[in-house]
Design a binder for this molecule. Structure first.
Ligand code: NAD
Length: 390
């Protein structure tokens, strides 16, 4: 059910960095009038240039008929006051709670009571930002993935104050924009950043324990596991500044649950500013002409690595289902569309059998006596009852 008779067609975007300008592009290409505001004039100028060239490239590829007309529909404005006509304002400023809260205090002074307010935060509590608004019932999270024009997935995250009907209205709007929305509870990491933690964390444990080196783990996860990138290649690609901070934030937000414990190896890379591809060095060395480490292509070892990491990923997905973070269908969509997993984790569990997955985790738990390997209650239940998830 939509709250409004008319569709939202005028969009405000606050913050014109990588995410803000990507979101502006998505809305503009979908036919919306867009107003972009950034408090850094130079950043906004860069964003305008980048948007122009992105739209021109799409036109050259035949994916747009009139890049100029779309660009004309995007106004770069020098104050929040210019957002007054917007029906939806999406904030994509730096990941700092105080800065974000101040943005919404200012926006709420100028927009109408009907305007929907949204944050693109990756890691902050949507509820805590909503709490500073005079009308928190019109506030929610709309979490796009990077790069927003290319990634289909959008996590729609109602705060506990959000008017329930708004969730469906925004999901419909995202579909109109060509996106695939999933609904996630306002909990740390929402769906993707929560479920994906073991992809990195368990790979780092295997490395720390000396079971295999980075090249072998990456080989196993791509060649045997079917993932597009191995964990170490992917961490280097995301950047250790971003990936480590997400892990640490999720770990703290879950009251230091050992399932999400960060790795000292990764912290040292961050401290050395070996951030990955963008700094030329991370787990791998990207300097031209550098020989890359060769994997040990031992299929038995490779299968053990895949099983250990995938069992942990499945356990996260099952536990998220158990705790009502999202529906089974949305959990599957999130991981296949948000991080391009070869299949959904619940489907993976069904193919393995809950019993096999449980035995895999219990084996780790008995060996390590570490709480991170505790199986979700729902996985244990499904194993005992021999049930499938899908
Ligand atoms: N980069 C990603 O992969 C990614 C993915 C999903 C969500 N996010 C989230 O999106 C948000 C933005 O991330 P980003 O990567 O685009 O950051 P960014 O650093 O590229 O851009 C942030 C922009 O906000 C502007 N800004 C800062 N304070 C402002 C204010 N008070 N008013 C107006 N503009 C202000 C800055 O000038 C900058 O241009 C963050 O909350 C981040 O967690 C990022």
């Amino acid at each position: 059910m939509n709250l409004r008779d008319e569709k939202i067609t005028c969009i405000g975007v606050v913050g014109s960095g990588a995410m803000g300008i990507g979101i502006a592009q998505v809305a503009a290409v979908a036919g919306c009038r867009v107003f972009v505001y950034d408090n850094n004039a130079a950043a906004m100028e860069r964003a305008r240039t980048n948007l122009g060239s992105a739209l021109n490239k799409l036109q050259e590829k035949g994916k747009l008929s009139d890049a100029g007309a779309i660009l004309n529909n995007v106004s770069f404005v020098d104050s929040v006051a210019a957002l007054k006509e917007c029906g939806l304002v999406i904030e994509a400023v730096v990941e700092n709670p105080d800065v974000k809260k101040n943005v919404f205090r200012e926006v709420e002074k100028v927009v109408s009571d009907a305007c929907v307010l949204a944050t693109n935060t990756s890691s902050l509590s949507v509820t805590s930002i909503a709490a500073v608004c005079a009308k928190p019932e019109r506030f929610l999270g709309i979490h796009f993935f990077n790069p927003a024009p290319l990634m289909a997935l959008v996590e729609v995250v109602p705060a506990i104050q959000t008017q329930p009907e708004l969730v469906e209205e925004i999901c419909n709007l995202m579909k109109d924009w060509g996106k695939t929305p999933v609904v996630a509870k306002d909990t740390p990491g929402f769906i993707v950043n929560r479920l994906a933690r073991p992809f990195y964390g368990e790979a780092l444990r295997i490395l720390e324990e000396g079971i295999a080196d980075i090249a072998t783990i990456d080989w196993a996860m791509t060649e045997i596991g079917g993932f597009r990138m191995g964990p170490f290649t992917l961490m280097d690609f995301i950047g250790h500044d971003v990936n480590y901070v997400v892990t640490e934030t999720v770990f703290q937000a879950f009251y230091y649950d050992s399932r999400y414990r960060p790795s000292i190896i990764q912290k040292r890379l961050l401290e050395a500013q070996w951030l990955g591809r963008k700094s030329g060095k991370g787990f791998y060395n990207y300097a031209a002409g550098t020989a890359q480490p060769e994997p040990i292509k031992n299929v038995t070892l490779g299968q053990q690595i895949v099983d250990r990491i995938v069992a942990m990923l499945i356990n996260e997905a099952v536990d998220a289902l158990y705790l009502g973070i999202a529906s089974a269908a949305d959990l599957e969509t999130a991981m296949t569309k948000g991080v391009n997993y070869p299949k959904g984790l619940l489907q993976w569990c069904d193919e393995w059998g809950a019993d096999y997955c449980l035995r895999r985790l219990d084996c780790e738990y008995n060996l390590y006596h570490d709480d991170r390997y505790r199986a979700s209650f729902l996985l244990r239940k499904h194993a005992f009852e021999n049930k499938k998830f899908l």
